[in-house]
Unconditional design. Structure first.
Length: 506
């Protein structure tokens, strides 16, 4: 291989995003809660940013006495930022400016003492209303273990087993695996005794190695169909899963009715006894957009930005910059911070305008969904909204990403209103959500003694003007957690040797 140096000329075309454009896209993509956190962070990092808020304890200020903080001047728009300088000392200098120039310091945005007390009370109430952490499965089992008079070695082994249980209350692997390599037969016997003790604790079924053992541990002799339940759990769990009741009937000698009655008792057992102690965190959803009806019967969107601080550039730093009293380094630092503040304020305003226009276009397109229900949702692509609003499709994608909308039909993610569809026999476009709802309706109304196969579901959908392939029906059925036709079959209704739709005896 030969190495050499050479110079050549090459023409390429590429797009370079300015930092201001990148910030604007980032702000647009933020949901309301993340936006509020971003604003709080920017306020802490940028001393020239201030919050415009009205103190309820003070009368309203006349509009003409206060400069509009949201309208930047032409001079501020043309400021050039020098990112190469270190302004650490200038920042410390700015912190002391309030004492050096008290006559120019703006006190208007400071909250009153009552406002501070109210905010403190709200935070205190929020902390007092926090849900306490529920006891874990291990804590619950250890509390029960304390009621037993056990030898120290046996108690230590029982606690080792307790802390080896998974989140469902199962013991992965063998109990012998918890012992040391040089464990004696006495140690093994003690471990098995500790496991048997734990399996008698509450909740029933805890300490099992698998589902079969877990269900058997929950059986009690006084239960209805006790002996049949033992047989079903020990030998026929897979047959029950696939609804092979005639096979169970032939092998056990019990009638279909008895088997189904036992299965009803089986459904009352808990396959995951430890899951109830898992602290499932459900995130709070805060809508970014609200939909409200208008007097003329239309729908109007409103952004949820009441708790979003209204930002403006502090007049104190504007006056300091215009007075000429600041040093050259301080002036450069203030200009850079003012420029960054303007970018942030304009990015937030652009987010508000873009999100409002995009959400309104979505609501206008999906008016039937709001007026009549989910089955009337229309097929919609992001490109359609982009063309209507006059922005790029990636802007629409960022605007709806991780955003929620409050409607009279409930709270939905904005992406919920986008989706493809199919064309009916009459040439009308139907959204895939409508197809799924119709599929669920057909299955709910079918004869459970002779449920529809996927091929028959295709024909039933075609009767309603919806033409789809069999693989599409199978895909949607599985996505909707709908069992197959065999699993949906009610063998009690068909146990008398009834005939199927194609004339064959079942």
């Amino acid at each position: 291989m030969r190495l050499s140096f050479s110079q050549d000329l090459k023409q390429v075309q590429k797009q370079v995003l300015a930092p201001r454009m990148i910030q604007s896209m980032e702000i647009l993509q933020l949901p309301i809660m993340a936006l509020q956190e971003r604003i709080e962070q920017e306020i802490q990092e940028n001393p020239v940013l201030d919050i415009q808020e009205r103190d309820p304890d003070l009368p309203d200020e006349p509009e003409q006495e206060r400069e509009d903080p949201d309208v930047p001047t032409e001079e501020e728009r043309e400021l050039v930022v020098d990112e190469t300088k270190d302004n650490t000392e200038d920042f410390e200098r700015l912190l002391e400016m309030g004492e050096q120039f008290p006559e120019h310091f703006d006190e208007g945005s400071r909250p009153s003492r009552n406002r501070i007390d109210e905010e403190s009370d709200r935070k205190h109430d929020a902390m007092a209303n926090l849900v306490s952490r529920p006891p874990s499965l291990q804590d619950y089992l250890r509390d029960q273990l304390s009621y037993f008079d056990l030898a120290p070695e046996l108690r230590a082994m029982a606690e080792r087993i307790i802390y080896s249980l998974d989140s469902n209350g199962y013991l992965p692997g063998r109990v012998e695996d918890l012992l040391d390599a040089n464990a004696t037969e006495e140690d093994v016997a003690r471990a098995r005794e500790a496991l048997r003790l734990i399996q008698t604790l509450d909740p029933p079924g805890v300490g099992a190695h698998d589902l079969r053992e877990c269900l058997l541990l929950q059986l009690r002799p006084h239960m209805p169909h006790y002996e049949l339940l033992q047989t079903l759990i020990s030998n026929h769990l897979e047959d029950i899963e696939h609804n092979r009741l005639p096979l169970i009937q032939r092998r056990t000698g019990h009638s279909i009715e008895e088997i189904q009655a036992a299965i009803e008792q089986l459904r009352k057992l808990n396959p995951k006894p430890g899951a109830a102690f898992t602290d499932a965190h459900v995130p709070t959803v805060t809508p970014d957009v609200f939909v409200e009806p208008t007097e003329d019967g239309r729908w109007r969107v409103r952004l949820e930005d009441g708790n979003t601080p209204q930002l403006y550039i502090s007049p104190y730093y504007r006056q300091l910059l215009a007075s000429g009293r600041a040093k050259a380094e301080e002036k450069e630092y203030i200009k850079r911070k003012i420029n960054a503040a303007q970018w942030l304020i304009e990015s937030i305003e652009q987010r508000r305008n873009t999100l409002t226009r995009v959400a309104q276009a979505i609501v206008d397109h999906q008016a039937d969904f709001l007026n009549k229900g989910p089955e009337y949702i229309e097929p919609l692509k992001m490109q359609q909204i982009a063309d209507k609003v006059g922005v790029h499709v990636t802007t629409v994608s960022r605007a709806v990403d991780d955003k929620w909308i409050q409607t009279p039909r409930g709270i939905f993610p904005l992406k919920r209103f986008f989706g493809g569809g199919t064309v009916t026999s009459s040439g009308e476009e139907v959204a895939w959500d409508t197809v799924r709802l119709k599929l669920q309706e057909i299955i709910d109304k079918e004869d459970k003694a002779r449920p529809y196969s996927d091929d028959e579901l295709v024909k039933e959908l075609a009767k309603h003007g919806i033409n789809v392939a069999r693989r599409t029906v199978t895909k949607y059925r599985k996505a909707m957690n709908i069992p197959s036709s065999r699993q949906r079959r009610d063998w009690t209704a068909s146990s008398g040797g009834s005939h199927s739709k194609n004339g064959r005896k079942t």
